[in-house]
Ligand binder design. Structure first.
Ligand SMILES: CC(C)(COP(=O)(O)OP(=O)(O)OC[C@H]1O[C@@H](n2cnc3c(N)ncnc32)[C@H](O)[C@@H]1OP(=O)(O)O)[C@@H](O)C(=O)NCCC(=O)NCCS
Length: 183
């Protein structure tokens, strides 16, 4: 696992952010509510995963699997009759992984009031080959100032994800070495 692409892989041509940016829209129905009568958070998470998966597949030019979803934030409840737009783009690429940033917007389906942001999330997808093993992805080419900011922020999240995984793995190995077992 390294942030440095091997020379052969670096030859993959880059792809601009706009080439795979996607919006998935869906009207919320009464089938999708929780016990409070608003839309179930899991329904929104599914749409987020679907939109991000489409972006990851388009960017990488083939199958890609969800490796992680983090910082899923629900800012406002989503209601039956809301037209939800899930906007996703590749923020950052590594060797075989991509961070996809997702914004969730909602507007009343029959009103012309502006959509408001109701949620956001970051997902890491790994591009995989036929046997399910990771394969290289084209580097994403940020196009705007906002794309470049998102790229830099994604690098910070990547550093923290790797550090957290490493720290937890090391703690577990230390506990095993000390003979400390879970009850
Ligand atoms: C994701 C998966 C392909 C990673 O495979 P692996 O053998 O651990 O391969 P690697 O360690 O080389 O990881 C591949 C890339 O994914 C990244 N990655 C793997 N797990 C990650 C995680 N939990 N969070 C963030 N990034 C992750 C690695 O950093 C690496 O990125 P890079 O190549 O850009 O440096 C594998 O764990 C898998 O198939 N998971 C199941 C995915 C799935 O089925 N999702 C749908 C759930 S129903």
């Amino acid at each position: 696992m390294t942030d440095q692409a091997a020379p052969a892989e670096a030859a993959l041509p880059g792809k601009p952010t706009s080439a795979s940016r996607t919006t998935l829209s869906h009207i919320m129905t009464a089938n999708e509510t929780n016990l409070l009568g608003t839309v179930h958070g899991g329904v929104i998470m599914k749409l987020v995963d679907d939109a991000a998966g489409a972006v990851a597949g388009r960017h990488s030019g083939g199958p890609a699997v969800t490796a992680s979803m983090d910082e899923m934030v629900f800012l406002e409840p989503v209601r039956v009759g809301d037209l939800v737009h899930v906007k996703a783009q590749v923020n950052w690429t590594g060797r075989s992984s991509m961070e996809v940033g997702v914004r969730v917007l909602a507007e009343r389906w029959n009103e012309s009031t502006p959509a408001t942001q109701v949620g956001s999330a970051y997902l890491v997808f790994a591009a995989v080959g036929e046997t399910g093993t990771p394969r290289p992805v084209p580097p994403v080419l940020p196009e705007t100032g906002r794309d470049r900011r998102r790229y830099q922020e994604a690098q910070i999240r990547r550093t923290h994800r790797l550090a957290r995984r490493r720290a937890i793995r090391e703690l577990r190995e230390r506990r095993v070495a000390e003979g400390l077992l879970d009850d």
